[in-house]
Design a protein around this ligand. Structure first.
Ligand code: AMP
Length: 599
């Protein structure tokens, strides 16, 4: 389709008229970032002027930036917890937002071991959909012909609960996939999935994965891109194929559906899709029975142009494995988002993962930036932090993201550290540096130092009757296997060698550690199968002293040396592994139910 010249974009020639409009929107927003931000803030403050939270800080209906900044404090989730609790308990008064809270989005960030509850309002779905609608127009600038085939995306919903006051609490993607915005999306030739809605919306993760994989295999020649939200999710799909290709091939051969798929609506849908195809079944068996799975993605889906997965932040650890299975296909990180708010998109999605920058879209929320001093201990009381506006951030500097959203979060610290890498028009572009306070992460779990410490303390209680204690420990997120798992190195002090803890006791310590982890970790173990059993590796006495010697030989100060609570530097891993005397795995799953432990 020829695109009107008037709709052409500085980002590049749009693929169609719809794309031209989307690119033009990006241009408008980024050119006028400051103005848009001011309007967004005024709109949020104006509609919420009678809301309890803003009244509490005596904003008195002001909608300007200066008054807002002088009166409203920067906060964390814990500051907001009492208000969130009231809403969760059923208080329907306008506490945070004039618009009714439609549901809670359960973040993978936790507070007191449970997922944080993020209030949201109905219209936020439109904003999320708007950001999604910008992704393909940008991708089409770099990859032509995506309208000639389909995307194989592994998308899942997760369990949901209700708060005591009756509001739904579920992950943001579950909310999105279950919405009409997603379910009744209009046909777009550039955005056709192999997975039917029925497969994505099936709550049983085996049935959902099985049918999504089956559809992907049936349409293998049409697949032009393969993806999941995060890298760990795509690798889980590859692992699923490794474990289930025989059953999948059987269904393809016979044109009948595996009995383990019991969801009636999903069965109805699949019956219409499945036709006997012995030739394809033979091909799948031939490829999957090979010892070597290198390049399996391109062998099965030969027309794949790129993998659409987030590999920035904690997901960067999966890049080598993805490269192995895909034969080095480009990895596209398209967007940056959270339960609190969707932030922005990557305007150059085919760039190398290490060069990914996200452009924050100024219409999504009001954004401020807390200068991040990587080596300072924290903020001093006498100098209140000065937050910088979106257009005022400086190239090369690091900041923590602070947001004010339409749903009622005001100057809320997201916890992400970003570095400015450039600008598109007047909108800055950010490299995702890391999330604060995350020590270990395999999938969406985020375990911090205090949680690990508590887990070690709880587990080491079991060693007491053996007169044994954990004198030092460190940890490592082992992602060489799928799913990855936590490895905890323990140096033990065994006071009575005739009564040392047995193998059974040490495996119980693994279970105790897992029971102490937050609910996102336990959900990953139990429901999502995205995290493998925790492993304790007991190391020889003196190992941690050697670790210190090594650090000092590399320039660490003896006085200030602290045992790193997480390691990933190869020489250190090698040192630790060469001193391992025994390895113990968690023999069972920890407890997890969708219900929250508190509230
Ligand atoms: P959740 O609230 O569970 O949806 O998690 C949101 C968090 O995931 C963000 O605050 C980031 O820490 C992380 N995240 C989301 N998108 C990206 C991305 N593109 N790159 C790196 N980290 C991301």
């Amino acid at each position: 389709m020829a695109v009107d010249d008037a709709l052409s974009s500085p980002l590049g020639p749009p693929a169609c008229e719809k794309d031209a409009k989307a690119l033009q929107f990006i241009e408008e927003m980024t050119r006028n970032a400051d103005l848009v931000q001011e309007k967004v803030l005024a709109e949020i403050l104006n509609r919420n002027k009678h809301v309890e939270y803003l009244k509490r800080f005596k904003l008195d209906g002001a909608t300007d930036k200066d008054t807002f900044k002088s009166k409203i404090p920067m906060i964390t989730y814990d500051d907001l917890q009492p208000d969130i609790q009231r809403i969760a308990n059923g208080d329907r008064s306008a506490i945070l937002s004039a618009h009714p809270i439609s549901e809670f989005l359960t973040s993978s960030g936790t507070s007191a071991g449970e997922r944080k509850l993020m209030p949201t309002i109905q219209e936020e779905l439109d904003r999320r959909q708007l950001l999604y609608s910008l992704l393909m127009p940008v991708m089409n600038l770099y990859v032509p012909g995506l309208d000639k085939g389909k995307g194989l995306y592994f998308l899942f919903i997760k369990s949901e609960t209700k708060t005591p006051g009756g509001l739904l609490a579920r992950p943001v993607l579950t909310s999105y996939y279950k919405s009409d915005h997603f379910k009744t999306r209009p046909y777009d030739p550039y955005n056709v999935y192999t997975s039917p809605n029925e497969a994505i919306l099936c709550a049983d993760s085996f049935q959902s994965m099985f049918t999504q994989m089956l559809c992907g295999l049936l349409e293998r020649q049409q697949v032009l891109r393969v993806g999941a939200v995060f890298a760990s999710g795509l690798l889980r799909a590859i692992r699923f194929l490794q474990l289930n290709w025989r059953d999948l091939a059987l269904d393809i051969e016979s044109g009948t559906l595996n009995k383990r798929v019991t969801d009636p609506c999903l069965r109805d849908c699949m019956v219409k899709i499945l036709k006997p195809n012995p030739e394809l079944a033979e091909f799948i068996r031939f490829q999957c029975s090979k010892e070597n799975w290198e390049g399996i993605i391109t062998r099965i889906w030969p027309n794949t142009k790129y993998l659409d997965v987030i590999v920035t932040g904690a997901m960067a650890q999966y890049i080598p494995t993805l490269d192995y299975y895909s034969g080095g296909l480009p990895l596209a990180c398209t967007m940056y988002a959270s339960s609190e708010c969707y932030f922005g998109l990557n305007l150059n999605p085919m760039c190398k993962p290490s060069e990914v920058s996200y452009t924050i879209m100024p219409n999504m929320a009001y954004f401020e930036f807390l200068p991040h001093e990587p080596h300072s201990a924290g903020l001093t009381c006498d100098s209140p932090p000065k937050l910088v506006d979106l257009v005022d951030v400086e190239l090369g500097k690091e900041y923590e993201l602070v947001i004010t959203t339409y749903a009622g979060l005001c100057r809320y610290r997201v916890g992400d550290i970003l570095r400015v890498t450039g600008f598109h028009n007047s909108a800055p572009q950010f490299h995702f540096v890391r999330r604060k306070n995350v020590l270990l992460s395999i999938d969406s779990d985020k375990t911090d130092e205090a949680e690990l410490q508590k887990a070690v303390e709880n587990a080491s209680q079991l060693l007491r009757e053996y007169n044994t204690s954990v004198v030092e420990y460190t940890s490592y997120a082992d992602t060489k296997t799928i799913p990855g798992h936590y490895v905890i190195y323990w140096e033990l002090l065994i006071k009575d060698s005739t009564n040392s803890p047995s193998e059974k006791v040490l495996s119980e310590c693994c279970v105790a550690m897992e029971e102490s982890m937050n609910s996102v970790y336990r959900q990953g173990r139990v429901a999502d199968n995205s995290i493998g059993p925790l492993e304790i590796r007991v190391v020889k006495n003196g190992t941690f002293e050697e670790l210190m010697d090594y650090a000092i030989s590399r320039g660490a100060s003896i006085n200030q040396y602290k045992v790193p609570r997480c390691v990933n530097f190869t020489p250190i891993m090698e040192l630790l592994d060469s001193r391992v005397v025994s390895r113990h795995f968690s023999p069972s799953l920890p407890h997890w139910t969708p219900e929250r432990r508190r509230l």
